[in-house]
Ligand binder design. Structure first.
Ligand code: PNS
Length: 165
């Protein structure tokens, strides 16, 4: 029988509890879930791709069928290479919808063998984004509610090293 492989792509700068919620829930639906960090983003990230991959590995280490990777170029090309037929995305609120619909339709036109499945983010994380986490952290706020414990430490270290340089 064919393995059901899905990709959960994103910037993950850094991974939040909202992402982790999507990872845990979607991993139950497929044989293998590949969490893939985009390597050619135009935004200036807080964490390098390697750091983001490492954080994701650490916070998902107990979920057996999750693999962490990075990719550059088109998502559909990466998905094909990885043997994935499903793209997973989280929808927090209606404000996400237009962008997500545009991406899903563009991807589907480029490769109609790949489908995008949307999971609605659990309500407790519906307000959460990596950008707000970074903003709170930059001004010395507590990010424990928003990101896994391991990531809290990494954010603190990063902010300290940025202040020194
Ligand atoms: O976490 P993000 O930043 O919302 O994730 C966006 C991501 C990585 C899913 C998207 O930018 C992407 O797939 N980029 C790869 C380039 C691509 O395939 N673009 C065509 C689809 S519009």
């Amino acid at each position: 029988m064919d393995m059901k492989i899905a990709i959960y792509p994103g910037s993950f700068d850094p991974v939040t509890k909202g992402h982790l919620d999507i990872i845990e829930r979607s991993a139950k639906m497929v044989d293998v879930l590949i969490v893939a960090v985009l390597n050619n983003g135009t935004k200036s990230p807080l964490f390098s791709v390697e750091e983001r991959v490492n954080m994701l590995r650490e916070v998902t280490k107990d979920i057996k069928n999750v693999k962490i990777d990075s990719f550059s170029g088109l998502l559909v090309d990466y998905a094909k290479k990885a043997g994935a037929s499903i793209i997973i995305r989280g929808l927090r609120a209606v404000t996400d919808f237009e962008y997500e619909l545009q991406m899903a339709q563009t991807n589907r036109i480029m490769d109609n063998s790949i489908d995008t499945i949307f999971l609605t983010t659990s309500l407790e994380y519906a307000y959460l984004s990596s950008s707000t986490v970074k903003e709170v952290a930059r001004y010395g706020g507590n990010v424990e509610h928003f990101v896994p414990e391991y990531v809290v430490k990494k954010i603190e270290d990063k902010i300290i090293s940025m202040k020194k340089s």
